[in-house]
Design a protein around this ligand. Structure first.
Ligand code: FMN
Length: 222
């Protein structure tokens, strides 16, 4: 087990002994631009990716996300246009828009599940539900709610794709309003991340440098 005094290398070693492949997947995941344009993922893989993404953590397990997959050639061409001509989306063969709810619209069902599982009594479930529904009525909180939760689902999808030997690229370079309209999103849901996913067409360029832990880690206060 890692101790609070272990060096960075020792901590890494301790983690590596538990789930080495998971650590490896985190470290080797890349955003891909080099897809095989002649291949695309099958239905089973698409569903597996979404199943993994939907295991992401979410506020009160509300799972405020949706996934809109586009594979039809003509529709994908429109997605490429809305993504300002980013051709790798077409070459990937599948674009998945990760959508976030701006309101706690799954609250009735999910808080019922908390009660059924004996994890919350009825009174506190009612109170928590009322609070979260009210909180997300605020526009800023609502958008934060959508982006925070759906972004975690997007990251899980990226890692799942990588673990399955696929390439996946998260993207916000697209016309969000146009995409929402094209894909028929309800008014209370917003596009959070567009993911191009598909079989690899070869290696990616070397990763750009990452800011160091010393630079980004602030202990106790900023
Ligand atoms: C919020 C966000 C938006 C991004 N938007 C785009 C995009 O529009 N097009 C694209 O090709 N890559 C996009 N990327 C991928 C980044 O360029 C990439 O993650 C970054 O260069 C680091 O490379 P790596 O993911 O291979 O480690 C985006 C990534 C994030 C997290």
């Amino acid at each position: 087990m890692a101790t609070p005094h272990a060096s960075a290398d020792e901590r890494d070693a301790a983690h590596d002994e538990t789930f080495p492949e998971a650590i490896d997947a985190i470290r080797t995941r890349r955003s891909g631009h080099n897809f095989d344009p002649d291949e695309r993922i099958d239905d089973e893989t698409l569903e597996a990716l979404v199943r993994d993404a939907a295991l992401a953590p979410s506020s009160y397990n509300l799972q405020p996300w949706e996934f809109v997959a586009v594979q039809d050639e003509d529709r994908l061409a429109r997605v490429v246009e809305l993504a300002y001509g980013q051709e790798h989306v077409r070459e990937a063969g599948t674009a998945i828009l990760v959508v976030g709810h701006t309101e706690a619209k799954t609250a009735d069902r999910v808080f019922e599940e908390w009660i059924e599982a004996g994890r919350m009594d009825e009174a506190s479930a009612e109170q928590t539900k009322a609070q979260s529904v009210e909180m997300y009525e605020d526009e800023r909180f609502g958008r934060d709610y959508a982006v925070r939760n759906a972004s975690l689902a997007a990251q899980s999808l990226l890692l799942s794709a990588h673990a399955r030997g696929l390439k996946a690229t998260p993207m916000i370079g697209f016309d969000a309003e146009g995409m929402a309209e094209f894909l028929g999103l309800p008014d209370d849901e917003i596009p959070v991340m567009l993911i191009a996913v598909g079989p690899s067409g070869g290696p990616e360029p070397e990763r750009l440098p990452r800011r160091s832990v010393d630079e980004v880690l602030h202990r106790e206060s900023y």
